[in-house]
Design a protein around this ligand. Structure first.
Ligand SMILES: Cc1cc2nc3c(=O)[nH]c(=O)nc-3n(C[C@H](O)[C@H](O)[C@H](O)COP(=O)(O)OP(=O)(O)OC[C@H]3O[C@@H](n4cnc5c(N)ncnc54)[C@H](O)[C@@H]3O)c2cc1C
Length: 489
């Protein structure tokens, strides 16, 4: 207790009195991210304003042997920012500045707490955007996007967050501040920005980032196509891609999701439709209408019952709002939902969706589907009432079934939401012990004491420490010969 009081005093010297939260009630705000299956309040929350403040906070925390968990907006859906072993949460909310817009080199320097949507609004003044656009973009931060390698509807054409990160300024777990590069497009040496991106806050805390700016397209078209069922919509997706057409986005909603967004956004979609495809194409104005004609023809060839172009910006915004807020619309159907994030090869979409239907029946829970169909990233929303323990158990069981089937079909257990605590026990259905041990060795090279975001990614049954030791044994056992390196001449 005395140690905690001393720590609070020392932290306040760095970040000011209001930069440390230590009240029990206020700390509850930080007990989970958007995944409320595992809850654990931190001992303290610290709100630094700069890289140097963050480095100083980390030095104090690690000297005291306290776990450190980075947090952006807490919209994560895998428990990534949940401090399951307590400790200090370093929240980046006060590091929310766009520091530089470098149009000549098409890059921008940002602090990690900048909100994704606000960055793109800011860059629009220059004719640019930050392209990764998670559906949570009005709340989530660049730091969270980087740590989770987040995706979004437009990542089909423009790539995931990792494709837009040029260099990261990072506080390492020993409190040192490094840059992974100078922000130029060509990098030399190891791709540390690539390693950091998707590392879920376990290798360091990003305090500044050079990210790419992408020119806004000259023009775009949005169309909503309604299909009798999922197989016809899925086949349409496959044909569009197979013909070499690359839409900016290809998003699908099933019957239940249509019902939810219809009620909320008054889209007037026929509820007899079994699936809706939201297609956006973009590029230079000339030729875009021809492209639109090709795409809508493919929809009709596959049995679309209705093809509705959204012609005005207001209509386009309405259709996109329906898609991006579809998760929220589930509140019209059920008190709680469990959102599963999984991926299958695009051609397996009809198979996995049929399986999701079977799971829904077997577990007696409705499941809606809203997803990035273009890249096979599925988001089944299992509807249940979390106040009912039996329903909660069934929801977890249903999610497990869907994840296992996705892997069996050649997919992976997360498309974009990260592993965190939620999916850590699924890692060993995807990776061998040797695979995981190699990851643990990398993690240990950054954070030998495992103080940064402990308890994430690695299966609870093995843990990073045990896996890292297995790696050490494997290296020792496989050592060939006894000639010291460099003395072979
Ligand atoms: C309604 C809804 C829709 C969503 N849609 C999408 C979607 O379309 N695509 C998608 O990919 N995700 C989506 N998500 C998930 C989530 O929004 C993303 O993972 C997002 O990038 C998390 O950002 P955040 O700022 O909220 O991060 P947090 O949840 O605060 O943290 C996420 C992870 O990043 C780490 N972290 C945060 N900041 C830093 C930092 N500065 N340095 C190092 N590590 C850090 C945390 O420790 C944690 O492990 C959605 C979530 C919701 C609630």
């Amino acid at each position: 207790m005395q140690q905690l009081t001393q720590l609070v005093t020392a932290l306040r010297e760095i970040v000011g009195h209001d930069g440390v939260i230590d009240g029990a009630a206020a700390l509850l705000t930080y007990e989970a991210d958007g995944c409320v299956m595992d809850l654990h309040a931190p001992n303290l929350v610290v709100l630094p304003r700069s890289s140097s403040q963050t480095a100083a906070v980390v030095k104090l925390a690690v000297a005291a042997g306290v776990p450190v968990v980075a947090r952006g907006a807490g919209t994560g859906l895998s428990g990534g920012a949940t401090p399951i072993h307590g400790g200090i949460v370093i929240a980046t909310t006060r590091m929310d500045k766009v520091l530089e817009v470098d149009t000549r080199n098409k890059r921008t320097l940002v602090q990690p707490g900048v909100i994704n949507w606000e960055l793109s609004q800011h860059l629009a003044n220059y004719g640019y955007a930050f392209m990764p656009d998670p559906s949570s973009q009005k709340a989530c931060t660049l730091g969270g996007n980087i740590a989770n390698n987040s995706g979004g509807p437009h990542c089909l054409k423009y790539g995931m967050t990792t494709n837009h990160v040029l260099a990261l300024r990072t506080v390492l777990p020993n409190g040192e501040l490094i840059w992974t590069g100078n922000g130029s497009v060509d990098t030399v040496g190891y791709d540390l920005a690539g390693v950091m991106t998707g590392s879920e806050g376990m290798f360091g805390i990003v305090t500044e980032a050079w990210v790419r700016m992408t020119r806004l397209p000259e023009s775009l078209r949005v169309v909503l196509a309604l299909f009798p069922d999922i197989p016809s919509a899925s086949q349409t997706v496959s044909t569009i891609i197979a013909r070499g057409l690359l839409p900016a986005a290809l998003e699908m909603m099933d019957k239940l999701a249509i019902k939810a967004v219809n009620g909320m956004y008054k889209l007037g979609l026929p509820e007899s439709a079994g699936a809706a495809l939201l297609i956006e194409i973009d590029g230079v104005e000339e030729g875009l209408d021809d492209l639109l004609r090709d795409v809508t023809q493919i929809c009709r060839d596959h049995g679309a019952i209705e093809v509705r172009p959204a012609t005005t910006p207001a209509e386009q915004a309405q259709v996109w709002a329906a898609r991006k807020n579809a998760f929220g619309a589930m509140g019209r159907l059920s008190p709680s939902y469990y959102l599963v994030d999984t991926v299958v090869p695009r051609t397996k979409l009809p198979t996995i969706l049929a399986h999701v239907g079977d799971v829904s029946r077997d577990f007696h829970l409705p499941i809606a589907n809203v997803f990035h169909a273009g890249d096979g990233n599925l988001h089944p929303l299992i509807l249940f009432d979390r106040r009912d323990r039996a329903q909660l158990e069934r929801a977890l069981g249903a999610a497990t079934e869907i994840l296992k089937e996705s892997v069996r079909l050649g997919g992976v257990v997360s498309g974009e939401h990260g592993i965190g605590v939620e999916k850590r026990d699924f890692m060993d259905i995807l990776f061998t012990t040797a695979d995981l041990a190699a990851m643990a060795g990398l993690r240990r090279s950054f954070d030998p004491r495992e103080l940064f975001n402990p308890g994430k990614i690695f299966p609870a049954s093995k843990g990073c420490g045990e896996l890292a030791e297995l790696r050490q044994h494997a290296i020792a056992a496989n050592e060939i010969g006894d000639v010291p390196a460099g003395t072979w001449l």
